[in-house]
Design a protein around this ligand. Structure first.
Ligand code: NAD
Ligand code: GLY
Length: 379
């Protein structure tokens, strides 16, 4: 089993990464947190069917005073104020008091919703993240960003609230659909581009199938991404110095793409993959990175089965995407602050005002039906 520490003063926590963790010594930390507490286990409708009963048992075996499961319909469309409200009412019905514990079992949607519930319920209770998607293991379960989307924009309402423990149970990846694996790989490519050229090069030697056949490699990569994320969060927990902002590479474009398509067409990781393409093209157009960088990044993303372009529709147009980007949280004083690659492994934060260059970068990756877009092919 691997462990990564997030050493935020007074709010330290451990990320456990391994298989069959309930049987391993790391479970002691879990037992210590759970014993004697009323627990609200939150899962989406897919994950509850797969893992709800197992985690109810694990919580009961760890000595929980009571376990109530709250289920919401799977999908980004559920990451709303309405679902948050429903979860609050579930917490009330479950009799969760200030010592209550929320336990998120699922992907990033479940983690973000449950974390926001934990940040708000009785002005803040403890919560545990049990990420069951690759994306949630390498990114969303760590670092304390929680919240929900609005029709007007993604993640616009939320709070910083760190979990008390993160348990990456790699066995859960056995049931993860390939499309969701790929979304996690998009965030892993992101870590490579922003900070870790050897990780990027390592991924270039793989496809989805070869990674799935090498659980040890997957465990190493998950641990490496958690280490990177832990270091960044330690240095800039609330994204005030700009250090944490590098994690948003591709995200300002990607979030706009998710929002204008109504959150149902592109999965988050797919939108981030396309967004990274737009950011790399912009950096190349502005002369901030080697001209061949976008093609190298595209080649890796394609090899991993990710989209690098989106099909335009009445809602998804370069102009709409740009408009929504200006509403993003990362906008400062009306200027877009974007994370752009300098080379693989290094990025910079730039204020970009050149609307023409932005529209060219976005337009270069939003086409009529080119056969490139995966977002339209939702299974
Ligand atoms: P998700 O939570 O919707 O999960 C994707 C799908 O996989 C869902 O249908 C889910 O039911 C299913 N699933 C989950 N685990 C499974 C398993 N083990 N087996 C089978 N099916 C399983 O989406 P996601 O991609 O995990 O997360 C995306 C969300 O995370 C977005 O809302 C994004 O904004 C957020 N995010 C947050 C942060 C952060 O720092 N808080 C970082 C990155 C992304
Ligand atoms: N995924 C962006 C962040 O955690 O800051």
């Amino acid at each position: 089993m691997r462990q990564v520490q997030v050493n935020l003063p007074g709010r330290e926590y451990t990320i456990l990464i391994g298989s069959g963790l309930a049987r391993l010594p790391g479970a002691k930390a879990w037992n210590a947190l759970v014993a004697g507490r009323r627990c609200l286990l939150v899962a989406d409708s897919h994950v509850e069917k797969l893992y709800g009963p197992a985690f109810q048992e694990i919580l009961a075996a760890a000595g929980a005073a009571a376990v109530t499961t709250a289920v919401f319909p799977a999908g980004e469309e559920s990451k709303t104020l309405a679902t948050f409200g429903e979860l609050c009412r579930e917490a009330a019905r479950a009799g969760l008091d200030r010592k209550g514990l929320a336990v998120a079992v699922g992907g990033g949607v479940t983690g973000d919703l449950t974390g926001f519930l934990a940040a708000s319920w009785m002005r803040g209770i403890d919560f545990i993240q049990v990420p069951t998607t690759l994306l949630a293991m390498v990114d969303s379960s760590v670092g304390g960003k929680t919240g929900v989307d609005l029709p007007e924009g993604k993640n616009l309402v939320g709070a910083f609230h760190q979990p008390r423990l993160v348990w990456c149970e790699l066995d859960t990846l056995k049931t993860l659909p390939d499309r969701e694996w790929r979304c996690g790989l998009a965030e892993i490519v992101k870590y490579g581009v922003i900070l870790d050229a050897p990780l990027f090069a390592r991924l270039e030697g793989h496809t989805l199938a070869t990674l799935q056949a090498e659980p040890e490699t997957v465990a190493e990569i998950v641990a490496r991404c958690c280490e990177i994320k832990a270091q960044i969060v330690l240095a800039d927990e609330r994204e005030t110095t700009g250090l944490r902002a590098v994690l948003n590479y591709g995200h300002t474009f990607g979030h706009a793409l998710e929002t204008c398509s109504g959150y149902g067409r592109f999965n988050h990781g797919e939108a981030v993959a396309i967004g990274m393409g737009m950011a790399a093209d912009l950096a190349a157009v502005l002369g901030r990175c080697p001209a061949e960088l976008p093609a190298r990044q595209d080649a890796l993303l394609r090899q991993l089965g990710l989209p690098v372009c989106a099909e335009t529709t009445a809602e998804v147009t370069p102009e709409t995407i740009l408009e929504l980007m200006f509403r993003d949280k990362k906008t400062a004083g009306g200027k877009l602050r974007l994370i752009l690659p300098r080379e693989i492994g290094t990025v910079e934060i730039m204020s970009v005002e050149d609307r023409g260059a932005l529209l060219r970068a976005i337009g270069g990756r939003t086409h009529g039906n080119t056969g490139e877009s995966r977002g339209a092919d939702r299974p």
